[in-house]
Design a protein around this ligand. Structure first.
Ligand SMILES: [Zn+2]
Length: 196
């Protein structure tokens, strides 16, 4: 069979075979390393991303807060309706102030996703939680934050920070400024809070 013999590949040398085995082993080790080190973290990231999106969607589908439905951010303190009071530079008060001793824990009035933990000029140290129906819950003049970060999930009653006088409240009696924003507009939180 001379024709078939002509088509046969030349036999690989010993060196070629050894190199080929070494290269295959190296590729296999590299793949094992990638599967072991990279894939679990990618799938974990994907999992928490999916969970976060699911939580956001279910939050948006929940009812907006109704009258007398929300627990107070400071349950031991008296509530007064200070919505609409005059403020500097022609502004009106877009929330209510609840006074309490410095350092009193401030509780989230709803479940939701933390969207801001940081400072602004007027509010000082502020926390924003996006709650049912996509309403934004704004807690300002905090002395300090609880151990929370943006995108964390909080439940109603979870501590989000501590009463203070930061921002433009500096030097006034410590209080939390609580605001609720629905579709970007401030609404009066007072009627929505539970009164006893
Ligand atoms: Zn205020």
């Amino acid at each position: 069979m001379p024709v078939n013999q002509k088509n046969q590949q030349p036999k690989p040398t010993l060196l070629h075979r050894v190199l080929s085995v070494l290269i295959k082993a190296a590729v296999l080790l590299a793949l094992l390393f990638i599967f072991d080190k990279l894939l679990p973290s990618i799938s974990q990231q994907t999992q928490s991303f999916v969970v976060a999106k699911w939580q956001q969607l279910s939050l948006l589908q929940q009812e907006l807060p109704t009258e007398d439905s929300l627990p107070s951010p400071l349950p031991e303190q008296r509530l007064t309706d200070t919505w609409g009071a005059a403020r500097s530079q022609g502004r009106t008060h877009e929330g209510i102030d609840i006074f309490a001793p410095r350092g009193t824990p401030v509780q989230s009035t709803t479940q939701g996703i933390v969207s801001k933990v940081g400072e602004n000029t007027l509010g000082g140290r502020v926390v924003v939680v996006v709650g049912p129906g996509g309403a934004g819950h704004y807690y300002a003049h905090l002395e300090d934050y609880a151990d929370i970060s943006p995108n964390d999930w909080v439940g109603a009653g979870d501590i989000i920070g501590y009463v203070g006088d930061s921002g433009n409240a500096k030097g006034t009696p410590p209080h939390v400024h609580y605001g609720i924003y629905i579709s970007g507009s401030a609404v009066n939180p007072y009627p929505l809070l539970q009164k006893d």
